[in-house]
Every structure is written in C-alpha cells, then in structure tokens.
Write a new protein. Structure first.
Lengths: 488, 151
C-alpha cells in the first residue's frame, strides 16, 4: 500500500491554499513511487518539507526483505540464512556485500561473524567430546545429539535450545552468539530454528528477527504510533515529516520523534531532555491565567490566539509579553526575541546562572505557549463546526460557502506547529547576524499567525477575501523561514 | 523445589574437592543455589591481607543466565558500588553458559588486582582513581584494614 496519491499540500497560492482539513494537513503526502530526481529536486526547491516515502504493511516489508535475500542466494549461491547474516551486518547494502564477497570471501565471513579468523582451540572439543560430555549441562549424549556452529564449539541440542529460549526471552534474536566463552560467532536463523522446539518460541524468535531487520535497514522505520504495525520506507535518511497512512502519527523519519522543523534532530533531543529536566523550574508557567495589564482583571486564556482583548476594558495586549498589541503588528515586533545581557561575561557566576535560567524560560514559555495554543485552536475548530451548522440551518449560506474556515484552521495549525519548533532552534543559535535574521523572520511569522488566529476566531465579522489573504501571508512567511533555515 | 541439575551438583563437588587458591565458596545449608563466598585480597593490590565476603546465587535458568554475585564486605573499588554490586562484563552481556562459578570468582579476584576506572560503577571512587591514584589506593587500603581484616 502506498501513501495517498495526492498533490503536495504545500502547493499553495491564494485561494487554493490549505485544501485539507486540520487532520489532513499531516496526512496528505506527496507520494510518487519512481519519481525522477529532477522533479524531486524541483519540488524540494519549492517546498523545503517535500518528502518521498511509502507506508508498508508487514507482509510488504517481508517481501521487500526477501527480495534482497533471494538476490544474494542466487548471485552468490549461498543459503538464505547466510544471506541474512550478511545483509544484517552490512545494513542491507547489496552492492557493498557483492563487492566485498568477490574481493575476499573469507574476510566478509569473518566480519559478519560467520567464521572465526583463527581456528578453534582444539583442546575445547577434545576435553569434552571424547566422552560425549556437554560442557554446559555436564551430561553425556550420543554424538548425533550434539550440534556445532562454524566455530567448531559443540554442545548438546537440549542446551542449545534452553540457551536460545533464554536469549529470546531477553529480546535477543539476530545477536544470539555461540555458547562458548568469548566466542563471537553468530547463530544463523536456520541453526536456531532447527533446535528451537516450542512453537511460541519459534514465533517470537521470528518476530524479533523481523524487528531487528527493520531496525538495521536504513530505509525502513517502524511507525512510532501505539500498536501500529506500519513500516515507513524512504530512500533518503533525512529529518523529513512523514505520516503513517493508518494511525496518522506524524513523525520525523530520521529520529522517529515528533516532527520538529526547523530544528534538527540532535537539537530537539537536547531541548526536550532539557525541558524534562527543568520541568519543575518551569512549572509555574503552566498557570492558565494572567491579569490584564491595564485593568488587572483576571483573564483565563481559552483560545489559541495570543492577541488578547480584555473583555472588561477592551485593552488589546499580547498574552506572551503582556505588551500593548499595537506595537506587535509592526516591524519592531520583538516579543519573540530574547535580549541577552551584553555584559554578562563580567557578572558573577550567580548572576550568570540566573541569566541562563531567564534565557531558557523565555524560550520555554513561548514553546509551551504555542503548544497550548495548538490544543486550544483544536477546540476552536470544533466551535467553528457548530457555528457553520447554525449558519447553514439559518440559511445564511451553504455548507460549501463556509468550507474556507476549515482550510484556514488547518493552515493555522500547520503554521503554529512550525512556529512552536522555531523556539528550540533559536535557543541553541549563536548570537550573530544569522540569529538576527532568524528572529526577524520568526517575529514576522508569529505576528501573521496571531493575525490569522484572531480573524478565524471572529470569522463572522471578517470577510472571506481578507481571511484568505491572511492565510496566504502566514503560509508564505512559514515557507520563507523554512527555506532559509531548514537543513535536512 | 525442582531437583538440582547435574551441572550444579558437579560444580559444587569440584569446588569442595579442588578449591581455587584464595577463594572459598560453600553452599548454604538450606539452599544449594546460594553460596557463601570468601575472596582473599590479591597480593600487591591495595586489598592485600583482606578477606572479602560475597554472596553468590544461581538463578533458576543457570547456566543459561549468569549467577548473581554481590560483595557483602564494604570495599573501596571503582567497579563495585556502595551496595556491593559489581560491574563485570561476564556477569552481564558477556556471560557464556560455558563459564562456571569458579571462573566467575577468579574474574572477580582479577578485578581486585586490576581496577578499571574507565568503566565505573562507583563514580566518586573512579573519579579519584583517575585524578589522584595514590590517594585512591590509600583509601582502598584504609577500607581494607577497617572492614576486611576484623574477622
């Protein structure tokens, strides 16, 4: 099963923009099986988030892996088990294996832990096998009840079986080694299966082997969705946004975490670890209420938009910095920017620590706030649905007339998601002209997003053309920022 | 309780008949899988002259799984923590069913002769062992004298 065959959802211009619902933003993916590299390159230039991948079921992945195995068995005249050991040890790189095999067969056998580079200590088997004594259970058996790996270490079949069961219960499968002390030879699949008796153990072994194969394959990733069986395949290992066609989980193909553009995989990991470590310090921020900066009435934020208007005194202000909203629309919008203390190097250690915390909290507050806004805007979407229903019932327009509100909401979610992930990026950026440019673009994006959110929440009083214009501006800001700063 | 596997019976017999020099391992009267172990501190190590008590337990799936071993006597060593737990590869991922109680105890004795502060379990001890080895060795001798020499 391949991903949905639909147009890139980024091909937005004017009123065509955001032709998908909120859910669909992450689910519609441009997929084209054998797309030309040129076309690929073109789309990449237009849309920095463009990704090519497919969603595979378990049986499709098995077929794909088996094709590789068959290729090696026919080309090298080896058993499937041996082919699998080569493939697993060489990240499924067929060309690499062929070259190495032709170049020096025994070297690749040693590297893949199939044979030893030296012959086995002759004393080992002489000591025990003379009396048909198994050195693990100390029992004697007829010779045919013993099995031996390529290394020459021989043990009784019962011990091999018990050993495999213990290993499998610990989650080991492709990594099962010979039982002899410090012998690194791996037990091939056919060897394990010839000695494992219990059907449940055989089944579990095969499941674990499959899991290991997918994990060792650079083009394959398990969908991280709960209980999801889908495997995503992409030919390039990049931090691209992928969406599981079954459970709809969105994640970064490279690291498997939530998608995080424009921040890269290492940085987002660092950031999330930091946030988890510092959660106690940052906890106080999670309060949902603030006082109006003008009339000091207590306000609970129940929408995603950060452009607040006090219901009491009608003062317009920014929820983040509590500054007057009037200064936010302009070029001098500086709410997103953190102003570092230029003399910090000369301050005391204590002051520097306080400054470091202040800086972190600045970015954390904004990161957390946009994450909350995203959730609140999901509620707004529900309200929009009700509002549309009411309008249709009152015969003020048809269902189709109001569809653009859904498009606006999905575009808003996409923009705010990117905005949220600009904060960890900015936190780890070094001061300089590039950071200034980034923060300028971030501020512009933020301003347009809040404008859009404001307009969507009040959709009855704004006209459609105005809203669509705002959608276009916000998406253009987002794409501009990604084009300049997203490195995949 | 299931009958004791031949392997454990044989190993126990051999431990009693041909004991390893410097090591004694005696099974408990009530549990043949639980051993009372005494290891003497190796010569030319800061643990020389000490008698270190350990406990060793053979789990149900021994020898497919490694024995569980722990120091009972307090010891100042970078690979042994305050609870007596030991950081030794053959007790973890490098375990092989072909290893035996005697080989495990020999490896532990060897660990006393050659501490490995680059793979630490007790971080503060390992740190001192790296930055000021002579002080660490003084501490180890002091602990040996205080905890491992009074019977």
């Amino acid at each position: 099963m391949s991903g949905a065959e639909c147009e890139s959802d980024m091909d937005c211009s004017g009123s065509d923009c955001g032709d998908a619902g909120y859910e669909d933003y992450y689910s519609t993916q441009p997929w084209d099986g054998e797309i030309d590299n040129d076309i690929n390159f073109d789309k990449q230039k237009q849309d920095p988030e463009y990704a090519v991948y497919e969603c595979l079921r378990v049986d499709e992945v098995e077929r794909l892996l088996n094709e590789n195995v068959e290729f090696l068995t026919t080309n090298l005249q080896i058993t499937p088990s041996l082919a699998k050991l080569f493939l697993h040890a060489h990240e499924w790189d067929l060309q690499d294996i062929l070259l190495k095999y032709q170049d020096n067969t025994s070297n690749i056998m040693i590297d893949s832990k199939i044979i030893l580079s030296h012959s086995v200590d002759p004393l080992f088997n002489m000591k025990f096998l003379k009396g048909n004594l198994c050195s693990v259970c100390f029992l004697t058996f007829p010779t045919e009840r013993f099995s031996t790996l390529n290394c020459g270490h021989s043990f009784c079949n019962d011990c091999w079986c018990a050993y495999f069961e213990t290993q499998i219960l610990q989650g080991v499968s492709t990594g099962i080694r010979c039982m002899a002390n410090s012998c690194s030879i791996l037990a091939p699949e056919d060897f394990v299966l010839s000695l494992l008796i219990k059907p449940i153990m055989r089944e579990r072994y095969q499941q674990f082997v499959f899991r290991d194969y997918v994990k060792s394959h650079p083009q394959l990733r398990f969908c991280p969705g709960p209980n999801c069986q889908i495997v995503i395949r992409s030919k390039e290992l990049r931090s691209k946004r992928v969406i599981c066609s079954i459970c709809k989980t969105v994640f970064c193909f490279r690291c498997g975490m939530d998608y995080h553009a424009p921040t890269d995989c290492d940085t987002i990991k660092k950031w999330l670890t930091k946030c988890a470590d510092d959660s106690e310090t940052a906890n106080y921020i999670s309060a949902h209420t603030k006082d109006c900066p003008k009339c000091h009435i207590c306000i609970e934020k129940n929408g995603g938009c950060n452009h607040m208007q006090c219901y009491n005194c009608k003062h317009d202000f920014c929820w983040m910095c509590l500054g007057d909203w009037k200064t936010h629309g302009s070029e001098y919008y500086e709410c997103s920017r953190y102003k570092e203390n230029p003399n910090i190097a000369h301050e005391s250690v204590h002051a520097q620590a306080r400054e470091a915390l202040k800086k972190y909290l600045h970015y954390y507050e904004r990161w957390e706030n946009h994450s909350k806004s995203l959730k609140l805007e999901e509620q707004t979407l529900e309200e929009i649905k009700l509002r549309i229903q009411k309008k249709v019932m009152n015969a003020s327009g048809t269902w189709i007339d109001w569809q653009h509100l859904f498009e606006a909401a999905s575009l808003l979610a996409r923009c705010r998601y990117t905005l949220q992930y600009t904060y960890p990026y900015a936190y780890y950026m070094e001061a300089g002209p590039r950071k200034e440019l980034f923060e300028y673009q971030q501020a512009q994006l933020e301003a347009e997003i809040e404008n859009l959110s404001w307009k969507i929440e009040r959709a009855e009083t704004t006209d459609r053309g105005d809203l669509e214009n705002q959608m276009d501006i916000a998406e253009k800001r987002r794409i501009t920022l990604l084009k300049d700063f997203l490195e995949v | 309780m299931a009958a004791l596997p031949r392997r454990i019976i044989k190993e126990t017999q051999r431990l009693m008949q041909e004991p390893v020099p410097g090591i004694s391992a005696v099974p408990d009267d009530t549990n043949a899988r639980y051993f009372h172990v005494i290891v003497t501190g190796p010569e030319d190590s800061p643990f020389e002259g000490g008698l270190f008590k350990l406990e060793l337990f053979l789990p149900e799936d021994y020898p497919m799984s490694a024995p569980k071993v722990r120091f009972i006597t307090k010891i100042y060593h970078p690979n042994i923590d305050r609870l007596g737990r030991i950081c030794l590869d053959i007790l973890k991922d490098k375990w092989s069913p072909a290893l035996q109680i005697r080989t495990v105890l020999l490896s532990i004795q060897a660990l006393l002769s050659a501490p490995n502060p680059d793979d630490p379990l007790a971080n503060d001890v390992a740190e001192l062992w790296k930055v000021n080895e002579s002080e660490a060795i003084r501490n180890a001798k002091e602990w040996t004298r205080r905890y491992a020499m009074d019977n």
